[in-house]
Design a protein around this ligand. Structure first.
Ligand code: C2E
Ligand code: MG
Ligand code: MG
Length: 765
């Protein structure tokens, strides 16, 4: 065994880090002093027992002296024990402890030697027990100073050995052997107990260090972050909460401490956390709802099971980021203007409906709704009015489809409704309700707005179950509704796909034609019934579409209107017509047809002014033809535009009169220069008394209002004669000429021939 090991084994020497040395030595001294009363009691007992046993014996006076000396020693020890710690220099104090112990050992050793040497056989047992107890108690009482303990034990043993030798007892050697073995064992025990005591103290000190460090770190953590620490015991009760925790919880420290941790949270959000706590599984970033007064906030919790059966962790308030997330989610899923879900959410709902439909044979209906004149409303009334109108529409749709239907805004002026568990006949009823709801006028800023809407309906699973297909089919049905006059609803039919393709081709070709100026303007003469001379020409667009031949505007104008192509196309027509007219006689007018979509174009007036100026054409030779629908929507704006044109000197004609609704009221809405009676009244004028009556009434009304009247679609002399008889000032139709290209007009105008010759010319052609 090495010396170091021996020192450890018998003297309890341990390496103590310098940082802890003083504290541990002080603790040793305290332990030593704390046993002083026990040592005093033991000495007193010893004194009593020995006095009693040796009463009247020759050794009695000696016992007495020992007792007094010991009493003095005990007094000294008790006084030392009461001395406040740190009063003496530690080294001096340690020296005193060792010296005291050795002195005490020396005293007892001497007495034991004398008593054993002089004591008879009757005291042998008592003295044996006495010595053994002295050794045991000595080892116990002095174990915090193993060197002192060793000195003390050796002295007692030496005393006993000396006494036995002097007494000449036959068992001396054996007894001494036993005592020596006992001393070794006891010293080993004292040293071991000392070592374990120091190690325990070192461990405690290390733990305290760690705790202090952790506390410092936590303090720092709480001071520099928005998070806070929480700790609960095995019963889920909160331990001393930090100030930040108190602030965050809205409760007082008193209310928090010892209270249930879980009770802080909204019960519905707790389920997962309870599971984790039950299984003692560490967790991170558990989001939980907390009610603080009337407010609800979100906390994120991380936790680690603690050795005491409780939990430790950190917590942070994530309400802001949750709110931000919720806002982002809302923005990505909801339309901010109407608060309706958007297309993405609708698609998800369609998927859910499709799945449910597959499982239960449920059929459902998808309605796609498009406002008819929203773009114009936006352009003319401004975006705030457009937005307000959209909100009104969203409200109306919600009222009309009810809470069970899923309503979404697809963007712009397009909405969609998904009705689960609905048959086609029921869907028809709902579609009509939607159309009616949108038809009712809306009053905004004191103005009445009439926009209306068209509806396309697709039924699942008949028209497809896949959301994308269903959407496409509903849009095709909507397309049909738009094409068939708007303000109505149409169901999807298989042929619509082909129509859509045809239309898409038409649109593409139309754009190409516009870009490459592959269109042409034709002119149809208007003949004065009195002079029988050409008084003007109406400009009619012609398109020689590759692969299709000459296509009538009746086919492509609606497509141009819906796609917005009409705006640049119309401007081109205006410029072209004015350019041509500038070559003609001064008393010949040129008429140009304008669509409603062109009226919304803010640069219309500027285009007309520019074209007139460029060609030096007198504005009074230009006639703008509009149809009644132009006055039906955006009345105010369109009337303002018409007035602006009229102020330039341009004439305004009401085309296709009699084909719209409440025609007569439009005659009062704007002071037209001319009315063009639609060809449907002219067609049967020679056979239909009613048509004759209508035409007569219109002519007389126009005369009263100071307007001229042109009859369109005159195909035979009879019709021309009747119309002239009724007072019609101007006629137009195949009887006189079909629409002709500009080059032919120039020839006709050069001839300056009267109208009938034109008729013959064209009939031959
Ligand atoms: P609209 O303005 O009423 O033009 C008269 C239409 O009647 C022309 O058809 C013309 O060819 C046709 N027509 C003339 N006389 C007779 C006749 O005796 N019998 C019959 N059956 N038809 C006759 P078109 O050229 O096919 O034009 C159709 C419509 O397309 C026009 O009706 C007009 O509303 C529109 N349109 C034509 N060109 C333009 C244009 O440049 N811009 C705009 N916005 N619309 C145009
Ligand atoms: Mg016309
Ligand atoms: Mg017409």
């Amino acid at each position: 065994m090495r010396l170091v090991d021996l020192k450890t084994t018998f003297l309890g020497e341990v390496d103590v880090p310098a940082a802890h040395r003083d504290a541990i030595n002080a603790a040793r001294r305290t332990t030593f002093h704390s046993l002083a009363p026990l040592a005093a009691l033991h000495s007193l007992l010893n004194a009593l027992v020995l006095t009693f046993a040796f009463w009247g014996h020759a050794g009695m006076p000696l016992v007495f002296v020992w007792c007094y000396t010991s009493a003095v020693l005990i007094f000294i020890r008790m006084r030392e024990a009461r001395r406040p710690a740190g009063q003496l220099d530690p080294k001096v104090e340690d020296g005193r402890i060792v010296r005291y112990t050795l002195l005490s050992g020396a005293l007892w050793s001497g007495m034991i030697a004398v008593l054993i040497a002089s004591g008879g056989a009757e005291h042998a047992l008592l003295l044996g027990i006495f010595t053994a107890v002295m050794l045991c108690v000595g080892a116990l009482l002095h174990s915090s100073f193993p060197i002192a303990s060793l000195g003390y034990s050796l002295m007692i043993t030496a005393g006993a050995g000396l006494g036995m030798m002097l007494g000449g007892h036959s068992w001396s050697f054996n007894a001494l052997l036993l005592l020596a073995a006992g001393v070794i064992a006891l010293q080993r025990f004292a040293a071991a107990s000392h070592v374990s005591d120091i190690r325990r103290r070192l461990a405690t000190a290390a733990m305290q260090d760690a705790k202090d460090t952790a506390a410092l770190l936590l303090q720092d953590f709480e001071a520099h972050s928005s998070d806070w620490v929480w700790r609960i015991d095995a019963h889920g009760r909160l331990g001393s909460p930090s100030q930040r925790f108190v602030d965050a919880s809205g409760l007082s420290c008193h209310e928090l401490e010892g209270g249930s941790f879980l009770a802080l949270f909204v019960p519905e959000s707790l389920h997962h956390l309870q599971e984790l706590l039950r299984h003692r599984r560490p967790f991170r970033d558990e989001a939980l709802r907390v009610r603080i007064g009337s407010r609800e906030v979100w906390w994120s919790l991380s936790g680690q099971p603690a050795a005491d059966g409780g939990w430790r962790g950190v917590c942070s308030d994530i309400t802001r980021s949750r709110d931000a997330e919720a806002r982002i989610a809302y923005v990505t899923e909801y339309d901010a203007l109407t608060d309706l879900p958007n297309r993405a959410v609708l698609v998800r709902q369609l998927e859910i409906a499709e799945e449910a439909g597959r499982a239960s044979d449920e059929s459902f209906a998808l309605f796609v709704i498009d406002l008819d004149n929203f773009k114009a409303l936006n352009d003319t009334q401004g975006h705030p009015v457009g937005d307000a109108y959209l909100r009104v529409v969203a409200g109306r749709l919600r009222d009309c489809v009810g809470q069970t239907a899923f309503l979404a805004r697809l963007g712009g002026d397009e909405f969609a409704v998904l009705h689960r568990d609905m048959r086609a006949d029921e869907a028809g009823g709902v579609a009509e309700l939607i159309v009616d709801a949108l038809l009712a006028p809306v009053t905004l800023n004191g103005k009445e707005i009439l926009a209306g809407g068209s509806v396309g309906v697709a039924m699942a699973p008949e028209n497809g179950s896949d959301p994308a297909i269903l959407m496409k089919n509903a849009e095709l049905a909507l397309y049909r509704a738009k094409a068939q006059g708007r303000g109505c609803a149409r169901f999807f039919e298989p042929g619509m796909e082909e129509n859509a393709r045809v239309r898409a081709d038409l649109e593409t070709d139309l754009r190409t034609a516009l870009a490459s100026e592959a269109m042409d303007v034709y002119f149809q003469p208007l003949v004065n019934t009195r002079t029988r001379k050409v008084s003007g020409y109406e400009t009619l667009l012609r398109w020689n579409r590759p692969g299709h031949g000459l296509v009538s505007p009746a086919v492509f104008i609606s497509c141009a209107e819906e796609t917005g192509i009409i705006v640049p196309l119309g401007e081109w027509v205006i410029r072209k017509a004015i350019e041509e007219a500038a070559q003609w006689r001064d008393d010949v007018t040129v008429a140009v047809n304008l669509s409603a979509a062109q009226m919304h174009n803010p640069s219309l007036v500027a285009t007309v002014v520019g074209a007139l100026a460029a060609s030096q054409l007198d504005p009074s030779r230009l006639e703008i033809e509009i149809v009644e629908s132009v006055l039906m929507d955006e009345t105010e704006h369109n009337i303002r535009t018409l007035h602006a044109l009229r102020q330039l000197g341009v004439k305004i004609a009401l085309d296709d009169f009699g084909t719209g609704y409440s025609s007569l009221s439009y005659l009062r809405a704007f002071p037209f220069d001319k009315i063009k009676i639609d060809q449907r009244f002219v067609r049967d004028i020679d056979t239909s008394v009613e048509n004759q009556a209508i035409v007569r009434a219109v002519i007389s009304l126009a005369r009263d209002l100071g307007m001229r009247v042109t009859a369109e679609g005159v195909e035979n002399e009879q019709q021309a004669a009747i119309l002239a008889g009724l007072g019609c000032t101007e006629v137009q139709g195949f009887l006189y000429s079909r629409p002709i290209p500009a080059s032919e007009v120039e020839k006709v105008e050069a001839d300056k021939r009267p109208a009938p010759s034109i008729l013959k010319l064209r009939r031959k052609a």
